[in-house]
Write a new protein. Sequence first.
Length: 227
Amino acid sequence: MRKRIALLTALMLAAGIVLAQPPNSAKRRARSNDSAPRTPPTHADVKYGPLDRQVMDVWLAKSDKPTPMMVSIHGGGFSSGNKAVSPDLLEECLKAGISVAAITYRLSGEAAAPAQFLDSARAIQFIMNPDNLDHLPQEKYRLFEECSPLTHLTKDDAPALLVYSSTLETLITNQGVGIHHPRFGKALKEKMDALGVECQVHTGIQKGGPEHTKLTMDFVKRHFKMK
């Protein structure tokens, strides 16, 4: 279960980063975050830490035995957003017997990076072992090194699926476009390929659309060995 949670954590963290709207698209970003799931959570606003934004919603798939769990970590440039998951993806997961947790974290206006990464790690740690919450690494690194997966890859990392709405040819017209550009996904794939770890990169895919949902579910089911 630890490996499965790590796999989906990597998947959804990547998806949350690459699918986030640029900072100057606040209205579109707000509409995206307000896309409420059709199925209410089994448990809402579960606290994984003492702070206000250290909460998650949990949807438990119907099953008489333990199920895999997908963790959704929202985008928003670390400056906005709330716990969210695509309604279509949620329904497909529950139908397939996969439970879902949607977490949120402290935003950059409240705490500087890497607080967002540490909160996300704490949430995963809570899901895996609620009694082991206070052993997260506190070492300080240069900011970009701490936040970039490119400098932390190892051969035992989980596979990753990165889905972008833009393409490799998309012009970088502002900072928001730049930090979410699929060229970063291409660079990550090259490093993961060299380590023998699977990394899929798909570009030009509509966020939350049928193709996006199908790519995600196919990836999840294959790695969970589900039909």
